[in-house]
Design a protein around this ligand. Structure first.
Ligand code: ASP
Length: 327
């Protein structure tokens, strides 16, 4: 049995540690949280964010509203969160572009490794190489031949320099040694609308945006960028199977908060993210869209920090070798 003085001592320690928390951290969250998605509504990042935000809202007991701040390959939305109050009420869900833009942009309005706190990884989504429905090629080899034969007119949609679609499009052009005209959008939601309408020819985008359209036959799919075929798209070969050696890329997503957000808050958000990623509705919806949630160990601040640092280092030499930058 504990003595009264021991209990009082413990209470005093608890009181001191509570007092040392920044105001509000112990009662967080007390109001609506804004999750910035740095791309348009209706696209793949937005889809992932809305599923996760809805589930996290239940866990946190406060609503998370998604705000789309598209433009400049995701750097406008990231910049917006970098400058927000570090109180946990403005957070960011971004993808691999957080790492590639650190090298691709000569000038960024924020210091990628210095401007954020980390909440955790969310998911790693395969890409798909797709085209407007009436493009004549029937397989990846045929697509490459078509593109090479029509290189002056073929257009490739993307979500701006630094976006996943930009990265994948560049990989495609480099693999087939054929530069093409790119058409930037604020996100691949609107890019998909134009692909459906036949205003652009091809795109490489996350399965979270393309799976339903491929299944519905409204666009043509030529390849997935995962090491294996996907259960939801069993007839779509991998890019490697289709003849593009080494063409594999996964688009990892993470949740961030502005630098200075109290650790107690990022830890609370991380716990909530872990709960969301185990939510059976989220798991099922992700599966329908060709992806899986990150494991709980990865939905942590430390794992996302390590991922971002590693990915900046990984892509830096690749981007420098390509020698193409955005101002
Ligand atoms: N898929 C887009 C990209 O290329 C982003 C988006 O619209 O969610 O990065």
């Amino acid at each position: 049995m504990k003595t009264l003085s021991a209990v009082l001592g413990m209470t005093a320690v608890a009181a001191i540690s509570l007092c040392s928390l920044p105001a509000g951290a112990q009662t967080y969250p007390e109001r609506t949280i804004t999750m910035v998605v740095p791309f348009s509504a209706g696209g793949p990042t937005d889809t992932v964010a809305r599923l996760v935000a809805e589930s996290m809202s239940k866990d946190l007991g406060q609503q998370i509203v998604v705000e789309n701040v598209g433009g400049a390959g995701g750097t406008l939305g990231a910049g917006r969160v970098a400058q927000a109050d570090p109180d946990g009420y403005t957070i960011l869900l971004h993808h691999i572009g957080m790492a590639t833009s650190a090298t691709l942009y000569r000038k960024l309005a924020y210091d990628t490794l210095g401007a954020f706190e980390y909440v955790g990884l969310v998911t790693d989504v395969p890409m798909t190489i797709v085209a407007r429905k009436d493009l004549e090629a029937t397989d990846l080899k045929g697509l490459v031949e078509y593109v090479k034969a029509n290189k002056d007119t073929v257009t490739v949609a993307n979500a701006g320099i630094g976006a996943a679609s930009h990265l994948c499009g560049m990989m495609f052009m480099s693999a087939i040694e054929t530069p093409l005209t790119t058409v930037p959008y604020k996100g691949t939601g609107p890019a998909m609308t134009d692909l459906l309408g036949g205003q652009v020819d091809i795109m490489c985008d996350q399965t979270t945006n393309t799976t339903k359209q491929i299944q519905g036959g409204t666009i043509k799919a030529y390849a997935v960028t995962s090491p294996e075929r996907l259960a939801v798209l069993p007839d779509v070969p991998t890019a490697v199977e289709g003849g593009l050696d080494g063409f594999q890329v996964g688009i990892w997503h993470g949740v961030y908060a502005p630098k200075g957000t109290p650790t107690e808050v990022t830890e609370r958000l991380s716990k909530s993210l872990q709960a969301a990623l185990q939510d059976q509705n989220v798991v099922a919806r992700f599966a329908e869209l060709g992806t899986v949630p990150s494991p709980a160990d990865d939905a942590t601040p430390a794992a996302l920090k390590a991922k971002l640092e590693g990915e900046i280092a990984r892509w830096k030499p690749v981007i420098e070798a390509a020698g193409q930058y955005a101002d």
